[in-house]
Design a protein. Sequence first.
Length: 150
Amino acid sequence: MTDKEANQRIKLSQWDALQVESLRGLGWSNEEIIERIERGAELPKDESVFQFNYEDLAAFAKQEPGLFRAAVREGYQIKYNTVRGIRSWIWVAFGYEPQLVLDEGQEAVLAELTPAQLERLRDVLSYGWRIVPEAEGGASGPYRIEPIQR
């Protein structure tokens, strides 16, 4: 993605992004997410550790329908990531909980990513984060997601 494309990408809050990804994890298509969230009826009850309240996402979709639809259909970038939020996004979007490093000055998320997952994560990360390979070579592998400045 070019810098120009990144600047034009729809921005979602970290929480809204997590909710969209959780609905994808339920097997909902983009159109089903848009239709059911905009309708605001028959929203699932989330029993995960996140306890998502999809009525919040429905309120956003009602307030900003064009942005919501574009984010779901065309992709988005998270406005502001936190290290715990990145860990949660990987967990919800890819279905596994990566390792969280919280040592002062070394905060990061350690994750095994396929090439497709790596590209997807690059697309959604907010500014100020970088993805560093932890091993040489190979299509898949361990990556460290960390702040650019410490």
